[in-house]
Design a protein around this ligand. Structure first.
Ligand SMILES: Cc1cc2nc3c(=O)[nH]c(=O)nc-3n(C[C@H](O)[C@H](O)[C@H](O)COP(=O)(O)O)c2cc1C
Length: 106
């Protein structure tokens, strides 16, 4: 997920609006929503140009984690390729290291 204007790209948001629907990926109960994809894991790769991932102006990463949790996917591994406009090689190298660590652990 690239960060676009501090949020998720519009095309990803449009996909979420099609997927996150009651009766399909979640059900409502008296206690609140229950996500139905509870046996799933997600790897969330976030890329940014200048925005620090996880900072107060990154409205994409927590939104995406919350939305995945809403449909039941709470096991989310975050891979950060942040601030690529500052130092692309370093950002991509850090992201590749995170992917290698995740691969080794699984
Ligand atoms: C329309 C648009 C808006 C963007 N807005 C941001 C932003 O708010 N913060 C940021 O750090 N990078 C921003 N970027 C840069 C991308 O997050 C960055 O290039 C990312 O590594 C890859 O995205 P891309 O493949 O869509 O270019 C923006 C890029 C585009 C095309």
């Amino acid at each position: 997920m690239p960060i676009h204007n501090f949020g998720p790209p519009a095309v990803l948001k449009a996909s979420i609006d099609r997927v996150g629907r009651a009766g399909w990926t979640l059900n409502y109960s008296p206690d609140g929503p229950i996500g139905l994809l509870q046996d799933k894991k997600a790897d969330l790769v976030v890329a940014s140009g200048g925005t620090e991932i996880g900072s107060a102006v990154d409205f994409a990463t927590d939104y995406m984690k919350h939305t995945l949790g809403f449909i039941g996917i709470t096991d989310v591994a975050l891979i950060e390729a942040g601030r690529l406009m500052a130092d692309e090689a370093a950002g991509l190298s850090a992201a590749n290291d995170q992917i290698s660590e995740l691969s080794a652990a699984s």
